[in-house]
Write a protein that binds this ligand. Structure first.
Ligand code: HAM
Length: 418
């Protein structure tokens, strides 16, 4: 047996969990104040939920990145590779379209993709996900982007730039894909294997190639933004106007392509320097039509997901990670056998309002103080025969070394006073 986590997964160790609490409380505050409510969908769904949503040219499908299995009843289930499909399934299943519009939902949790593992790319990773459903106008697109921006700033990442683009309306995409097919088909043999496959399934995805030769070929062609239809262009201009009005810096990205097929019109990403090749902190876009494909009523929608690991990496680089949890207010040191039980009993009592730890075996003062120090305690309280006779504990403030005897009944107040 190998006692080792599965490749592409990792443990969040106790020293790191304060960061996760900080993340969650910052999300609750930032998104909560904008009326975004938390939703917790299951980690796996019927496979068809993803088949109907992510699209046949998505890497998830083409590169078989989904963790898919049959349960004992022969049902095909899939560990979620992203949240959007599951959240929209819940929206449809619970008739949330009858709620006041727009319906705003956030989630935090793990997602699973069988990808090549590298820095910033895991097989179990975590996303903060946000969806805004029910409103077709550019105002909610701008609000979605602003919320993502504000969340990253609140977490401690200033100086962000949003890459804002549009994948157009379906007819724009069809026309652009036709243009790309015509332009690229004669040069097909010069493209990488992945791009040749993408050219067949969804030519627009060729623009996303990291291959240098592919990029050089694509650079000579018109970008999607050059060929946007009037309606999609007006929508994009509307989003850009709001963001400018609100002082949110962005760059127009002429050929933003997202890894999932469900996007319509607005598409955006936020990247960070210094966190390696996988620099996208977050991405999202509008997906009008997706709720219908999942069996719901026509419902426009927009959303995004933030990669938690990449954001934490960027925060660490910026020296912005919170420190570990505070140690105990007091650490009790039993100096004889009788004091072991006394310490345990007193700890139970004081824990009603203090963080209290104690040694479980008899300790001499030197060892006991070292235990207290290692636990990060503020005070150590020692008890031996002499203290018992006087009904006191010897209370030592570890930073200053100051020491005094305190009656047991006053210990709580003494520790709290400081
Ligand atoms: P996505 O671009 O596939 O979009 O993922 C969003 C973010 O998740 C990425 O920018 C990245 O930070 C992080 N991420 C993705 N894959 C991995 C991985 N293997 N390891 C670590 N981090 C990763 C979506 O998932 C869409 N559902 C977003 C959305 C919501 N669009 C509309 N609503």
């Amino acid at each position: 047996m190998r006692s080792q986590a599965v490749k592409g997964t990792y443990d969040v160790l106790p020293d790191a969990t304060p960061t996760w609490r900080y993340l969650r409380s910052t999300i609750e505050r930032t998104l909560g104040r904008a009326g975004v409510r938390e939703i917790v969908p299951p980690i796996f769904e019927h496979s068809e939920i993803f088949d109907k949503s992510v699209g046949e040219s998505a890497d998830l499908v083409v590169q078989k990145e989904m963790y898919r299995f049959e349960d004992r009843g022969g049902r095909s289930l899939t560990l979620r590779p992203e949240f959007t499909a599951g959240v929209l399934r819940a929206y449809v299943e619970h008739g949330m379209h009858t709620l006041p519009s727009p319906v705003k939902l956030w989630s935090l949790g793990p997602a699973f993709r069988a990808e090549n593992v590298q820095r910033g790319r895991y097989r179990q990773f975590h996303q903060v996900n946000c969806e805004i459903l029910g409103s077709p106008g550019p105002l909610v697109d701008a609000e979605a982007i602003a919320l993502l921006h504000d969340l990253l700033v609140a977490l401690g990442l200033p100086d962000l730039r949003v890459a804002l683009g549009s994948v157009g309306d379906p007819e724009d995409r069809d026309a652009y894909n036709a243009y790309l097919r015509e332009a690229l088909e004669p040069r097909k043999h010069e493209l990488s294997e992945t791009s040749q496959e993408r050219l067949r399934l969804n030519p627009m995805r060729v623009l996303d190639s990291k291959n240098e030769q592919d990029q050089a070929i694509v650079a000579e062609l018109d970008a999607p933004l050059d060929r946007l239809g009037d309606a999609a262009r007006a929508h994009l201009d509307g989003v850009a106007q709001y963001l400018s009005d609100w002082g949110i810096a962005f760059d127009l990205a002429p050929s933003i392509v997202r890894g999932l097929d469900y996007y319509r019109r607005t598409a955006f990403e936020i990247h960070a320097e210094g966190i390696g090749a996988q620099s996208a902190l977050a991405g999202g876009g509008r997906y009008d039509g997706l709720v219908e494909s999942l069996g719901g009523p026509p419902t426009p929608g927009i959303g995004w997901a933030m990669g938690v690991e990449r954001v934490l990496d960027a925060l660490e680089g910026a020296g912005k990670l919170p420190g570990p949890d505070a140690g105990p207010n007091v650490f009790l040191v039993p100096m004889d056998e009788t004091a072991i039980d006394e310490a345990a009993r007193l700890a139970r009592d004081l824990r009603s309002d203090l963080h209290v730890q104690h040694a479980y075996v008899k300790r001499n003062p030197g060892k006991g103080l070292r235990d207290a120090d290692r636990a990060g305690a503020r005070y150590a309280a020692l008890r031996g025969e002499r203290e018992r006779a006087a009904g006191v504990w010897t209370l030592k403030h570890l930073a200053s070394g100051e020491q005094r005897e305190v009656p047991e009944s006053e210990l709580r107040t003494a520790v709290l006073e400081d």
